[in-house]
Ligand binder design. Structure first.
Ligand code: HEC
Ligand code: HEC
Length: 255
């Protein structure tokens, strides 16, 4: 007990020594008094006036400074070159600022319906993500550029990072649309997507209907029947499932 008390001050000193160099380096950076390369925002603004704008950009896009600036995330800001235009996202952001100016100019011509004008800002489109895409568009892009494994991994990744934040709608439609997009070319891949969809949205009659259709295309009659039944159970007025079941059962009886 005594030993532990005696050891305490030493530990604190050691911790301070270990922790202080990186945090001091971080603090050394401060907003520049005079900016060097401002082209769209007011040139006369001191650097400190940029602070709420830049942190706002980062927050509404769900990114860090390095997304638009030359620098490495995790390194002290003093190692960044904020005036450089080498990162193409910086110019993209400038074009976005000009676009917003045009949009808000157009909005000014319209009589506001509430007590105040509803203006647009970066978050209106971006809403926490670097590119304003729907979940379906994200998955479809991952599939076009890579393959189905990447698209499924993308779904899991986006769900892990964005669920509940309102950036994407995690409903049964995104996976369903992707499944149909692939169904023509690759039945097995479509089945794997619809299966994930039934795991994620077991209460949706529509996803069971889709899975059944894919099994039917794959010639797996028993599985198609079982899944159309499941869909019909959840939604007795699903006439498509009822019709398909009749057909499949007749076919099954013939075989
Ligand atoms: C979405 C892109 C984006 C993000 C994220 C972003 N910036 Fe910027 N930043 C810009 C753009 C664009 C300009 C130039 C504006 C102009 O030309 O009017 C700029 C300019 C600056 C400047 C002025 C540089 C100079 O001297 O000309 C500083 C400093 C700066 N940003 C710091 C930051 C910091 C710190 C962060 C992170 C908290 C950050 N920025 C995040 C886009 C971004
Ligand atoms: C009207 C909708 C809209 C608004 C408002 C908007 N953006 Fe965008 N932004 C887009 C779209 C669409 C793209 C994707 C363009 C593409 O690459 O095809 C995009 C792309 C970007 C990119 C490139 C990101 C990447 O990873 O490719 C940056 C940076 C960006 N926006 C910053 C901003 C900032 C900062 C604001 C606010 C000043 C803003 N945007 C406002 C629609 C918008």
């Amino acid at each position: 007990m005594i030993q532990r008390v005696l050891a305490l001050p030493g530990t604190v000193v050691l911790l301070t020594l270990v922790l202080s160099p990186p945090s001091q380096a971080q603090e050394q950076w401060s907003w520049p008094e005079k900016t060097q390369n401002i082209q769209v925002l007011p040139k006369e603004w001191p650097g400190t006036r940029l602070q709420p704008v830049m942190t706002g950009f980062a927050r509404t896009l769900g990114v860090r400074c390095a997304h638009c600036h030359v620098g490495e995330q995790g390194q002290p800001l003093s190692s960044y070159d904020f005036a450089s235009d080498e990162n193409p996202n910086k110019d993209r952001a400038r074009e976005m600022l000009k676009m917003l100016r045009m949009i808000n100019g157009q909005l000014a011509k319209i009589e506001p319906s509430g007590d105040q004008r509803v203006n647009m800002w970066c978050h209106t489109c971006h809403n926490g993500k670097p590119r304003p895409m729907t979940l379906g568009e994200e998955l479809s892009e991952a599939y076009r550029l890579h393959d189905i494994t990447t698209a499924l991994a993308k779904y899991k990744d986006l769900k892990e990072n964005y669920y509940g934040m309102g950036s994407y709608r995690f409903d049964d439609m995104a996976l369903n649309d992707l499944g149909y997009q692939i169904l023509k070319d690759d039945v097995e891949a479509a089945i794997s997507i619809f299966k994930l969809s039934t795991d994620e949205f077991p209460e949706s009659w529509n996803v069971w209907d889709s899975l059944a259709e894919a099994y039917m295309k794959a010639g797996q009659t028993q599985l198609a029947i079982a899944n159309y039944r499941k869909s019909l159970e959840l939604n007795p007025s699903n006439t498509n499932a009822a019709n398909m079941l009749k057909k499949l059962q007749a076919k099954n009886a013939d075989e």
